[in-house]
Design a protein around this ligand. Structure first.
Ligand SMILES: NC(=O)c1ccc[n+]([C@@H]2O[C@H](COP(=O)([O-])OP(=O)(O)OC[C@H]3O[C@@H](n4cnc5c(N)ncnc54)[C@H](OP(=O)(O)O)[C@@H]3O)[C@@H](O)[C@H]2O)c1
Length: 348
């Protein structure tokens, strides 16, 4: 039973951003994985104050973050945008809560570990100086989970990624806008529909631009994948270069990944290494049509990899096609697995 009100070893938890796409996914995962908690508090903006949401069959009223007392919880998940995290996560930490932050606010802070439990769980051995553990970017998480064994066996020389990122990466409003713009375009092909989240329109379109533009000409989303991969894998000079693209998919990010290694890669050995990874489904070519897509992956809590090809022209290079649920693998599930690891290690 996840709700254990009399078990003092189970944490009291707060979910900031509980009404959002990541927050709702987190609630579902807490229920599915029977994450043990002594008390749960749901927090969002003043707009949602007083709304009720069900967790494990019990109704909970949503509080506004501005008046929330974080000294009443042991663990606070933040999924309410970078501005909210910048303002309130340090307050929560100062009031004694350990924060797991889903935003970009603290990922590159040297006092804040950036954690993918399947890759660098040891970073959770001690309580971080900042009181915050950062959850990486949604495209970085599946990537580093596959790069780790490749680095260990063949040595990474260069990684080139193109992402195909779903509308739900922009939360509830992103998904709603894709639906509305698609309806508008079906009725009148010249009508772009609403463009508050995606411009130009995402309906029947692809947009090679996510987040803000940097002086380098890369976008912030592309820079995150470089910097975060280096930090998580502890490879300061790893060469990762990315083009991040928004596509008219509802949920589930995909990535085409070209990897150059120091040593010659044997395909069978590569497939075996990927098959050996926990919570990874390998779709190998032996089964006809065996490749993952955002709409057809069955186990949403796994990273899916297919189209595994070693280049005949460059046997040190290989291609992977990767699909992962951005709301789960890329956000809520990784955050909950960090919490599970913190509880298991007694770091809370
Ligand atoms: N979507 C993804 O795939 C994904 C992946 C990785 C990381 N993230 C990060 O997770 C965060 C949430 O994303 P999302 O997709 O869940 O977005 P969302 O569906 O738009 O939800 C946003 C949540 O934040 C709350 N919020 C907004 N402004 C607030 C404020 N001023 N004070 C307190 N709460 C506020 C909203 O509460 P109200 O309902 O009251 O407005 C809602 O609960 C973002 O930082 C995003 O970058 C998202």
């Amino acid at each position: 039973m996840p709700y254990t009100p009399h078990d003092t070893t189970a944490p009291r938890i707060a979910l900031v951003g509980a009404t959002g796409a990541v927050g709702e996914t987190l609630i579902g995962l807490i229920e599915d994985r029977a994450f043990r908690y002594r008390e749960i508090q749901l927090v969002a903006s003043p707009r949602s104050q007083g709304r009720t949401l069900r967790v494990d069959g019990r109704e909970h009223r949503v509080s506004a973050v501005d008046t929330f007392d974080f000294s009443t919880v042991d663990l606070a998940f933040f999924s309410a945008g970078s501005d909210v995290s910048r303002k309130w996560a340090p307050v929560a930490a100062a009031q004694g809560a350990l924060v797991i932050d889903n935003t970009n606010a603290f990922r590159m802070d040297p006092d804040t570990p950036l954690v993918v439990p399947q890759v660098n769980a040891d970073a959770l051995a001690t309580r971080p100086a900042s009181g915050i553990v950062a959850n990486p970017n949604c495209s970085t998480i599946p990537l580093v989970r596959l790069l780790r064994p490749i680095e260990d066996r063949w040595g990474l020389s260069k990684v080139v990624v193109s992402t195909y990122q779903a509308a739900s990466g922009r939360g509830h409003s992103g998904t709603a806008e894709l639906h509305e713009a698609t309806r508008a375009a079906l009725a009148n092909p010249a009508d772009p529909g609403p463009q508050a989240e995606f411009a130009p329109t995402l309906a029947f379109n692809v947009i090679p631009f996510i987040d803000e533009l940097l002086d380098s000409g890369f976008t912030m989303e592309e820079q995150k994948m470089l910097q975060e991969s280096r930090k998580i894998l502890a490879l300061r000079h790893l060469d990762v270069t990315t083009t991040c693209v928004r596509v008219p998919v509802r949920n589930g990010h995909s990535e085409a990944v070209w990897i150059e290694c120091h040593d010659v890669v044997d395909r069978a050995e590569l497939v075996a290494a990927l098959c050996a990874l926990p919570e990874v489904t390998v779709h190998d070519r032996d089964a006809p049509g065996a490749f993952p897509t955002p709409r057809t992956i069955a186990e949403a809590n796994d990273v899916h990899v297919g189209r595994i090809r070693v280049s005949p022209h460059n046997p040190r290079g290989c291609w992977l096609w990767v699909v992962a649920d951005n709301l789960r693998i890329g956000a809520a599930l990784n955050a909950l697995q960090i919490a599970e690891e913190l509880v298991a290690r007694g770091t809370l």
